[in-house]
Design a protein around this ligand. Structure first.
Ligand SMILES: Cc1cc2nc3c(=O)[nH]c(=O)nc-3n(C[C@H](O)[C@H](O)[C@H](O)COP(=O)(O)O)c2cc1C
Length: 279
């Protein structure tokens, strides 16, 4: 299959077979990560692989309502790693302050996601499926503590990997023309924007379960593995919050604005605890 076809076919996979992954395949995934593009080729990255029952149970418990975290036979924690670089700089008699330079940080996070995406697509090419779990950014301190992660190392992304038991049929995306601009930025009108998102998600006021298949696949995938508790809760919340459209669904229910903004303080604190300071 061509890389293009793999890209178009790929879906986030959250239900896995109870089947381990051979070490030589894991090594290939890690080689793909290691060979990703890297700003200045500095490679400010560490990847912690988790396969043990203890590690999986801990991650599953800490992340909470996402059963795929515990059920995945393999997880990778992608960390921005300035610890190794700082030590190398010190023994080489040069100052390096990635922990104080927003620019180093941003490039390192871009590197990290390039590496993670290399793993995702390599996994895909070998018949594996994967899903990112960005929720790890809410428990950085706990993850650092549990997995003996030193200062100047930030666990920023979790990737769960396994052989797919089920794969969502489709997930709606914006039309290509909405996200692409020829030569100059095309500032869409309010009407065009509304239309673009209506085209993406379809009509809002249909059966909530059908809607969740398109707009809240996590809750559907979760109910396959954990019962209907989250699904029922989500349906109740749609009613209670009086949600009337797609944007309200996203920014009142899934990512409530107040909660998102208030997370800043926790993130900044976790960064400081890890020795990062951009003031
Ligand atoms: C940065 C990032 C963070 C994500 N975090 C989560 C997560 O915490 N839990 C989850 O189930 N999926 C997570 N996802 C997967 C998205 O929900 C998924 O990519 C999106 O619904 C589109 O579906 P697709 O990947 O099948 O195209 C994340 C994806 C990205 C890129």
């Amino acid at each position: 299959m061509s890389v293009y076809d793999l890209m178009i076919k790929r879906r986030s996979v959250r239900v896995y077979k109870d089947q381990g992954i051979q070490q030589d395949l894991i090594d290939k995934l890690l080689d793909a990560a290691n060979n990703c593009p890297s700003g200045g080729n500095i490679q400010p990255l560490s990847i912690i692989t988790i396969q043990s029952t203890e590690g999986r149970e801990y991650l599953g418990k800490m992340i909470g309502s996402q059963p795929w975290v515990k059920n995945a036979p393999l997880s990778m924690i992608f960390c921005i790693d300035f610890n190794r670089i700082k030590k190398w700089a010190t023994i080489s008699n040069v100052d390096f302050q990635g922990e104080n330079a927003l620019s180093h940080f941003l490039i390192a996070y871009a590197d990290l996601m390039c590496a993670a995406q290399n793993v995702t697509m390599t996994a895909e090419s070998f018949g594996l499926g994967s899903v990112y779990v960005g929720s790890i950014q809410g428990i950085i301190d706990e993850i650092r503590d549990h997995f003996s992660i030193p200062k100047l190392v930030l666990p920023m992304m979790l990737l769960c990997i396994g052989y797919p038991e089920s794969i969502p049929n489709t997930i709606p995306k914006l039309e290509r023309k909405v996200i692409t601009h020829k030569e100059k930025y095309n500032n869409l009108t309010n009407l065009e924007i509304e239309q673009a998102y209506n085209d993406k998600y379809g009509i809002f006021d249909e059966d909530p379960e059908q809607y969740f298949l398109k707009a809240y696949i996590e809750v559907i995938e979760s109910s396959k593995q954990q019962g209907d508790r989250w699904l029922k809760l989500a349906k109740k919340r749609v009613k209670r919050l009086n949600i009337k459209n797609h944007a309200q669904f996203l920014f009142k229910l899934r990512y409530p604005t107040e909660a998102m903004v208030s997370m800043n303080q926790d993130l900044i604190k976790s960064f400081k605890n890890a020795g990062f300071n951009f003031n």
